[in-house]
Design a protein around this ligand. Structure first.
Ligand code: ADP
Ligand code: ASP
Ligand code: MG
Length: 410
């Protein structure tokens, strides 16, 4: 007998029928003799619906009230799933994030879990109950409700699995596993049998929405065995695990992409030792997340800087820089929106120097202009026009033969 954490995402609990289906997946594990903790998301697109209700009232809702609002979505699902389990003859109890002992830092909208007191959950498990926990939410030390960022129910599940020392954490979703790229955009994408924590973390950070990045971080730090699998089919999904147990011969294992990127370029900066630090400290103080940064030197005294941000942050980034125009002494700022980031990820890149060059050649052959580049040991990211995004992903998927991936199964 083991302890299993199962997580069902929004589409997997989007209707009464789907909730019944999720209940049956829970029962299947109970029948094997396991203790089961279930984490659920809000039904279907109900979190989006709550966001748009708030937008109908104000453009700038208070972050505290947003958390209060969004945390209600998951509570609908925990009670309904518990009722479904009870109706099928299984003892189940629903818990909000705070009832489940999930503490977070004092940040609204994107809080990190700091601690989990599992005693209440363990009590219920001892009594043989299935515990159904609301994902995506927690509470600060001051009893304020927080949420963990969009997609954060994955993180609740993995963090609970780590805290309870579960034998396994299964993420049930609307695709049968982690694919070489998003199967909704690229038809030839293939399901991977396995992927390393590091590769999955890069893919998740670079826009592959199938797992919340912090969930992968928790899984890696606490060595939680994680599987992404279909909520409707019973086939095996994708295991996220340490590199050692996987094939190592693959240079590129997956492609991630993200649209709504804006490039901000500052022209005519006076070169100085502190120019860069002043700009980026100023932006950081206003909580503007900057991604790729490129500096160019024109002559001895003039510097140009480009950086990319999420488009929703672009106006604020420009406003902040304009505010400091006198101190920063620049000539002008230009922005280019409707850009996208396309990234290739694979741990085999570390020892293969030609991968970036090959990526650039493939994009050039398709007449896709690369506007920015950034690399790490296991990824290369390029910024291209949003209109070229899917074409770029398809071309790279073909060129790196990902549909013929040896560890992939269709
Ligand atoms: P859930 O509601 O279950 O949390 P999400 O919508 O958050 O589901 O995540 C699943 C979606 O992730 C899929 O429908 C798919 O479109 C998207 N996705 C992006 N990249 C990948 C990938 N590499 N493999 C599988 N799915 C991906
Ligand atoms: N319901 C939240 C969202 O839609 C959290 C989640 O689904 O993981 O982002
Ligand atoms: Mg999700």
């Amino acid at each position: 007998m083991g302890l299993i954490v199962q997580k069902f995402g929004g589409t997997s609990v989007g209707s009464v029928e789907k909730i019944q289906n999720a209940a049956n997946r829970v029962i299947a594990e109970k029948q094997k003799g396991h203790q089961v903790v279930v984490v659920v998301s809000a039904m279907g697109k109900s979190t989006d619906a709550l966001v748009s209700l708030a937008k109908d009232i104000t453009d700038q809702p208070s972050k505290r009230e947003m958390d209060m609002l969004l945390a209600t979505g998951e509570q609908v699902t925990i009670s309904l799933l518990s009722m479904a389990l009870q109706e099928k003859g299984y003892d189940a109890v629903s818990y909000t994030g705070w009832q489940a002992g999930i503490r977070t830092e004092d940040v609204h909208g994107n809080a990190r879990i700091t601690d989990i007191n599992t005693s209440a959950l363990e009590n219920q498990l001892q009594k043989g109950k299935v515990v159904v926990v609301a994902g995506f939410q927690g509470m600060t030390d001051d009893s304020e409700i927080t949420t963990l960022g969009r997609g954060g129910s994955d993180t609740t599940a993995v963090a609970l699995a780590a805290a309870l020392k579960a034998d396994k954490c299964d993420i049930y979703t609307d695709v049968p596993g982690v694919f070489t790229t998003d199967p909704r955009y690229v038809k030839s994408a293939r399901k991977l049998a396995g992927i390393s924590y590091d590769e999955m973390l890069e893919l998740a950070n670079l826009g592959a929405g199938v797992l919340h990045p912090r969930a992968v971080e928790f899984a890696k730090n606490y060595q939680v065995p994680l599987e992404v699998r279909s909520s409707t089919e019973t086939e095996a999904g994708t295991l996220i695990e340490e590199e050692s147990s996987m094939e190592q011969n693959l240079i590129v294992r997956g492609i991630a992409f993200e649209d709504q990127i804006t490039r901000v370029t500052i022209y005519g900066l006076t070169s100085g030792l502190t120019t860069l630090s002043t700009i980026f400290t100023t932006l950081a103080k206003r909580n503007i997340n900057v991604d790729i940064i490129i500096q160019t030197q024109a002559g001895d005294h003039e510097t140009g800087i480009s950086f990319s941000v999420k488009s929703e942050d672009a106006d604020q980034a420009v406003a902040v820089l304009e505010e400091y125009k006198d101190a920063l002494e620049f000539e002008k700022i230009e922005t280019e929106s409707k850009l996208a980031k396309v990234s290739i990820v694979g741990s085999g890149m570390v020892s293969n120097p030609g991968v970036a060059a090959e990526m650039f050649a493939v994009l050039a052959e398709k007449n896709i202009l690369i506007k920015m580049v950034s690399t790490s040991e296991i990824k290369v990211s390029t910024v291209v026009s949003e209109n070229d995004m899917v074409k770029a992903v398809e071309a790279l998927h073909d060129a790196f033969e990902l549909s013929k991936h040896p560890s992939a199964v269709s």
